[in-house]
Write a protein that binds this ligand. Structure first.
Ligand code: GLC
Length: 423
């Protein structure tokens, strides 16, 4: 196998040299949440073997905002240290000035992807990123435990809290002192902004900064949403959640010590791997709705691929991007690791649907996912989110009461907004 791969690579290199093209070494920065890093490496290696080039996969911090800080440092210095960046759905407006327009290289392939994501990735008339995978917040639960305690899958936060408490108490009494009702992402980082965006939207508490540029966070429903989440901490949720990101919360759930988990679709594949302690025992559903008049809300997430304008090999880097976002690679990633494709056609693919029935069943959850205010606040999105996650964290930890936290946040955001307001 190795020998065949080497022979293919050699043939490709010879072929490149015959056309007078020099093989290059590209550097791509990929995430490492779940199977991300492993898959990015395998897929990049496959392209390298096919084309005779080399790819180095560079590891970046898992927390989205830490990754952004690193990228901004590298791009801000005009460095060509990284050719291809994996960028978050909330970053196109922040990073556009450092990224090339991919349109001249895609042969129109972006038309095959979800138009809303392509629109999100288009800044001015530049297509600064190609969609790679999309996601939205989901509620994972232990089917076996809900059945054992005769509890139905909860459709409101109150029902979730009651179910979590009942099962947590029962399982602890039955000999698992480590059991918790509900785990999620409560660390002061971008992931908490995603969780808290869901709480606010589910209670009808708005989107922090609305699409018309108005700061809306200081309202009674937002207060209720944050108070509800704070009431979970220490009762159905371990206090340690205040330092949990995606993988910490998945770890607790996958080792069998939580009834409910809020996380992204990638958890599905990992929870069902043969070595998972909860294989076959997991269900997934939309997140619960808030109080009276509330609705289920999922934050829209997802990742794209961009080429740095400081790259010395932009055309060849764009070729690797085209390969990675292609239907064949997205199909493989969906089957192996439950990354939701950004190509609508793959939602009709029998293999993808068999591996991930939830992708079709929860279609409306994905379609109605709530955006963070990244388009309207563009270059200031990270500051907006930073203020929001700190305010939410202060309420969760008991440092600040919710009414005070949203009043302070409202002032800070209005101060940050440009004189003519966002938009
Ligand atoms: C997931 C989402 C991304 C979000 C991040 C927060 O990776 O895809 O959009 O910013 O989680 O932790």
């Amino acid at each position: 196998m190795q020998a065949t791969l080497r022979a293919t690579a050699l043939a490709a290199t010879l072929c490149l040299s015959a056309f007078g093209v020099q093989a290059v070494t590209l550097k791509i920065s990929c995430g490492a949440v779940g199977l991300e890093f492993q898959l990015c490496k395998e897929e990049s290696d496959a392209w390298a073997q096919k084309t005779g080039n080399e790819v180095q996969v560079i590891n970046a911090p898992n927390d989205s905002n830490e990754r952004l800080a690193l990228y901004q440092q590298i791009l801000g210095s005009g460095s060509d240290k990284i050719d291809i960046y994996q960028i978050d759905v909330v970053w196109p407006g922040l990073l556009a000035s450092h990224l090339i327009d991919l349109k001249p290289y895609t042969k129109g392939a972006e038309k095959e992807h979800f138009p809303a994501i392509v629109a999100n990735n288009t800044v001015g008339d530049k297509l600064v990123a190609m969609p790679w995978f999309t996601d939205a917040g989901l509620l994972f639960y232990r089917k076996d435990l809900l059945e054992k305690y005769k509890v139905s899958p909860p459709t409101t936060w109150d029902a979730l809290a009651a179910a979590a408490k009942k099962i947590q108490d029962g399982e602890r009494a039955a000999g698992n002192p480590k059991m918790w009702g509900f785990v999620w992402q409560g660390r002061a980082y971008e992931g908490l902004s995603c969780n808290a965006t869901e709480w606010l939207a589910s209670f009808g508490g708005g989107a922090i900064v609305e699409t018309n540029g108005k700061v809306s966070v200081n309202n009674a429903n937002a207060i209720k949403a944050l108070q509800t989440a704070a009431s979970w901490v220490g009762t159905i949720t371990p206090k340690a959640v205040l330092n949990y990101a995606e993988e910490d919360s998945r770890g607790v759930f996958q080792s069998g010590n939580a009834v409910f988990l809020r996380n992204w679709p990638y958890v599905w594949a990992l929870a069902h791997k043969p070595d998972s302690q909860i294989a076959g025992k997991v269900g997934v559903m939309p997140l619960p709705a808030g109080g009276t008049g509330g609705r289920s809300a999922a934050t829209l997430g997802g990742w794209q691929l961009s080429v740095s304008k400081y790259s010395k090999n932009q055309a060849i880097a764009a070729d690797l991007v085209n390969y990675l976002v292609s239907a064949a690679v997205q199909k493989d990633r969906a089957i192996k690791a439950s990354y939701n494709p950004t190509l609508p056609a793959l939602y009709k693919d029998a293999d993808v649907m068999k591996a991930n029935p939830f992708m079709a069943e929860l279609g409306s959850t994905f379609a109605a996912a709530v955006s963070r205010p990244s388009t309207v606040t563009a270059a200031q999105y990270n500051q907006v989110s930073n203020l929001f996650w700190n305010a939410a964290h202060d309420v969760l930890s008991g440092k600040t009461k919710a009414p005070q936290a949203v009043a302070d946040l409202d002032k800070q955001l209005n101060k940050l907004a440009p004189a003519d307001k966002w938009n």
